[in-house]
Structures are given as structure tokens and as C-alpha cells.
Design a protein around this ligand. Structure first.
Ligand SMILES: Cc1ncc(COP(=O)(O)O)c(C=O)c1O
Length: 410
């Protein structure tokens, strides 16, 4: 419990004052203040909707997937209806063995077996599992800003320090010199996210090679091996000509965190997996991951979602709808005179704030009932994020408003 009622402490990172008179721990109270931009925009959406009605608010702040395709919904319904002894019982912590084998096929890399896989509560669960299983409290984890804001709490709850390093703003690529400067004797992992939330950047061959060169060089110097955590929550949402590269071909001490939240529209069902490079797998690792699943309180990934994946003939779903919306949103943003990073994958536009004060701009846009997320949530203050999984009409209207506000003086 927090002590010193009515005392206040300062969270220096964002310069926000936090009341210390709540029953929450200081860390959690800090999270409510600094980590809550996306949820805060969500709450603002709820408020505007109840005041003005659903149709009056264009909420492009939260990263919701499109609805699950019919085949996926049918598989979920069939899985829910299944009945056999033990259907709802505890299971092996890392998931149904036959599903781990299916996921190994999905990874499609030489030497992959079910033993390299753990079914988890989404990519979030996979990242937390990897951090818990392979790192020690006090270690540092480097991430690339702009970054998915949950990386920091994933690290901090494991006793790890999260160290962001800025991507190059013009290309959104990792800046190798910045990365060199961020690595220390205590660095135990690097988290990269491709396609990126929020920038839409997809890491291709040259960039992956440069990242691996930097960490291999560092490994030789320190005598320890950095774990490369590749967050592939949006892996199937890569828009040609951008192309995914296989991280395991570049570096062995690597894990992939994958999800069915976005392409299959199953975010609420909490299903994904952690894939280990075969060189990290083995009986001891298996037992270690199983105990971490329990230690994290996940125990095992949800049974019904696992059964649904087993029931699906293919895990490839048509993502053309996403590409159409991406094109529509990007074109509308450009027409509105906004500067957008090239959205090569994922579900977001990463737009430069037309006003020097991004928070003031985002608030002015919100006054016109259009919600977007300020870049401060991703530790890049001069941009904002817009999620394009909406309707074309709403995207057109929302981006026209963003352009009109941009044209007005701050
Ligand atoms: C980059 C990134 N990683 C991980 C996650 C977590 O996804 P999941 O629902 O699979 O846990 C998200 C969700 O928005 C994300 O954007």
C-alpha cells in the first residue's frame, strides 16, 4: 500500500505529478498517469459517445482489429461446442502438443519442432514469458522508439530496466549508432517490433543485418549474448512491396512473439505463441518456460482459442481488407496535407504533428470529435498515431478534420 497520504511525487519521464493518496502501489499509480494515453483516449471516446451519440465520434485512437473472418468465428463456435473428458481441465502449461506442432509448421524454419513453441495469451504473453525465462532482474532491455508502450511495464514488472533508443525519423529504421550507444554491460535483450506499432515500419534485409552486426559486435566485447526479441504481432499485415524477413536466419539467440489478435481478429480471446530459435530449445528450457507460465499467472493459453486454431484448416486469412483501408487512410492523410511515415505494415498511420505542441493539436482534433493518440505515448512527442481499422467514410471524415485543424493556427 502507498504511504504518506496526500503526498505527491513527480514522475520525471513525462513530468507528470502523481497523487500519492491512493491504495495503489507507487509503480501502479505511476502507470495510471504515464502509461495511460491510449486508454485515456478510449475513455475520452466513451465520454464523447455518451454525450453526443455513437455516430458523432470518430475514434481512431485504439488499435482494434477488424472483426474476425467468418471461418475464424465458425472455428471458435465449433471449439466452444466440443465435448470430451478433460475438455475444460488444466492442460500442459505450454499448450496442446499437437497445436505446438502446428505452430512449429507455421514458423516454417529448419529445425523447428513443437518443442520450440509455447502457446501464450497473445504476443503480450509471449514477450513477458521470454523476458521472465531468459533474463535476470536488474538486466537492461533496449527497445526502439517509437515503441509499443506496454514494453516498458512488461520489463518493469520483471525487474528489468527498459532503455529506449530513437529510430531514424526520416526512415523509421533502427539507427545503428544510436543502438551502439544504448547497449551496456547490463544489456540482456533487444526488442524490435516489425511491422511496427505505431510507425508501420517493416524491417527488411539490410536493416536486420545492421542490427545483428551491432549486437554480435557487442556480444564479442562483453562475452554475453543479447537475446533478440522480435515482436511480430502484425506479421501477416505486411503490404507489398515491403516484405518480411526471417529473423532466425540472421541470429540464433532469438525468439519470435506472435499473435492471432490482429489478422484473425481474436484480440479478446488472448491467443498467440512464443517461438524459440531451435538452439534455445531443449528439455530444460521447456520446463523453465512451463514454470514461467505459472509464475506469470497465465498457467496456459485459453483452451477454446487453442482448440479453434486446431480446427482451422489454414492459418492464412485474407488481409486485403486491411490493405485497402491502409491505402484509403494514407491517401486521405496526404490529401489533408499531413506528413505520414510510409505505412508498410500493421494498422496505423504515424503522422507528424502539424503544430509544435502535439498534445494541443490532438486536443483540438478531439474537440471536433476525432480521437487519435499523441506520440508521447510512444516516447516520440512530435508525432501522433491514427488507427485505420475503421470505415472508409469515417477515415475520410476524420482525416479531413485533422487537416482542417492543422490549417488553423495553434
Ligand atoms: C506491437 C504490439 N505487440 C504486442 C501486442 C499485444 O498483442 P496481443 O493481443 O497479441 O497480446 C500489441 C497489441 O496491440 C502490439 O501492438
Amino acid at each position: 500500500m502507498a504511504h504518506g497520504r496526500h503526498a505527491r511525487h513527480r514522475v520525471d519521464r513525462l513530468n507528470i505529478e502523481v497523487a500519492d493518496d491512493s491504495p495503489l502501489s507507487r509503480w501502479t499509480a505511476g502507470q495510471v498517469e504515464v502509461g495511460g494515453w491510449i486508454r485515456r483516449m478510449f475513455a475520452e471516446g466513451e465520454r464523447l459517445r455518451s454525450a453526443h451519440g455513437d455516430g458523432a465520434v470518430i475514434d481512431l485512437a485504439l488499435g482494434q482489429p477488424l472483426d474476425a473472418p467468418v471461418v475464424v468465428r465458425q472455428a471458435m463456435a465449433a471449439a466452444a461446442a466440443e465435448a470430451f473428458p478433460g475438455r475444460h481441465a488444466y492442460m500442459a502449461n505450454l499448450g496442446y502438443p499437437e497445436l505446438r506442432e502446428r505452430a512449429a509448421e507455421d514458423v516454417d524454419f529448419s529445425g523447428m519442432t513443437g518443442g520450440c513453441l509455447a502457446m501464450t495469451g497473445g504476443a503480450a504473453g509471449a514477450i513477458c514469458l521470454a523476458l521472465r525465462a531468459f533474463l535476470n532482474p536488474g538486466d537492461e532491455v533496449v527497445g526502439i522508439a517509437p515503441y509499443f508502450p506496454e514494453f516498458r511495464p512488461y520489463c518493469e514488472t520483471a525487474g528489468l530496466a527498459f532503455v529506449p533508443v530513437r529510430a531514424d525519423d526520416a526512415t523509421q529504421r533502427v539507427d545503428p549508432d544510436g543502438l551502439v550507444r544504448a547497449l551496456t554491460e547490463r544489456t540482456a535483450a533487444l526488442i524490435i517490433n516489425t511491422p511496427s506499432n505505431p510507425s508501420g515500419h517493416v524491417i527488411e534485409h539490410e536493416e536486420m543485418s545492421a542490427i545483428v552486426d551491432v549486437i554480435e559486435h557487442h556480444n564479442r566485447r562483453t562475452g554475453r549474448r543479447i537475446l533478440l526479441v522480435v515482436d511480430e504481432a502484425y506479421r501477416n499485415l505486411v503490404y507489398a512491396p515491403a516484405r518480411r524477413v526471417e529473423p532466425f536466419e540472421y541470429y540464433e539467440t532469438a525468439v519470435l512473439a506472435r499473435s492471432f489478435s490482429k489478422d484473425m481478429g481474436l484480440a479478446g480471446e488472448r491467443i498467440g505463441y512464443l517461438a524459440l530459435h531451435p538452439s534455445l530449445a531443449g528439455e530444460q528450457t521447456d520446463r523453465g518456460l512451463a514454470s514461467c507460465m505459472r509464475a506469470l499467472g497465465m498457467v496456459n493459453a485459453p483452451a477454446t482459442a487453442q482448440r479453434a486454431l486446431l480446427g482451422l484448416g489454414s492459418w492464412q486469412v485474407d488481409v486485403n481488407q486491411y490493405r485497402v483501408l491502409r491505402d484509403h487512410a494514407r491517401d486521405a492523410a496526404l490529401r489533408a496535407g499531413l506528413e505520414v511515415a510510409e505505412p508498410q505494415g500493421g494498422i496505423f498511420l504515424w503522422i507528424r504533428s502539424p503544430w509544435p505542441d502535439t498534445l494541443a493539436y490532438v486536443s483540438a482534433v478531439a474537440e471536433r470529435h476525432v480521437l487519435v493518440t499523441p506520440g508521447i505515448a510512444f516516447e516520440v512527442a512530435e508525432r501522433f498515431r491514427l488507427c485505420f481499422t475503421s470505415t472508409p467514410e469515417r477515415l475520410t471524415r476524420g482525416l479531413a478534420v485533422a487537416g482542417e485543424v492543422a490549417a488553423a493556427a495553434p
